[in-house]
Design a protein around this ligand. Sequence first.
Ligand code: G4P
Ligand code: NA
Ligand code: NA
Length: 193
Amino acid sequence: MRELMEKIREEGEAISDHVLKVDRFLNHQVDPELMMRIGENFADAFRNEGITKVLTLESSGISPALMTAYILKVPLLFARKRKSLTLQNDLYTANVYSFTKQEYTEISVSRSFLQKDDRVLIIDDFLANGQAALGLTGIVQQAGAEVAGIGIVIEKAFQDGGEQLRRLGFRVVSLARITSLKEGVQFAEEVMC
Ligand code: G4P
Ligand code: NA
Ligand code: NA
């Protein structure tokens, strides 16, 4: 997605060889118009998949996932990282290991919002080692529902999450694929959307 790649070039900041800071439009301040076009791109890519629900993980996945769900006219469901007062029992859960933070987080979704006949589109802001996305696929599978695809805003193709997910047979669509952050941001060939 050309507009996204330009935005990353203009406003993104590589803070190390493997971490890209995009606080100006995605992870802290959010650009709603860009998010809407990101949503349109995901909706276009998965329009024929019979999606019934969009699933993401709080917090930064919510903005692109909401726009996607809005356009596909289906609910947005986000997995929570902390147990809320009202969300205690009857949960699907997964343990997500972050290599970046070197810690496990338990993520959860209420059983009442995923059914066997759901076809779920998983959306996330970043794909690094793929642990968050894998945790979300586990939650969908616990519900007996189908993962219809995975949409990623920024894939760091030099980490192995994308490869793992594709090897497992998931259809992964990334709107920007970064091959290196070592000398400025390097992108893979532009994907056709
Ligand atoms: P993984 O799920 O693909 O294995 O990734 P990892 O554990 O490394 O990611 C931990 C957190 O860091 C996630 O956010 C993820 O979105 C984010 N992240 C990973 N790589 C980058 C990067 O290069 N730049 C930025 N800005 N973020 C990155 P989170 O802890 O779930 O937080 P939230 O932002 O969703 O609240
Ligand atoms: Na994040
Ligand atoms: Na995220």
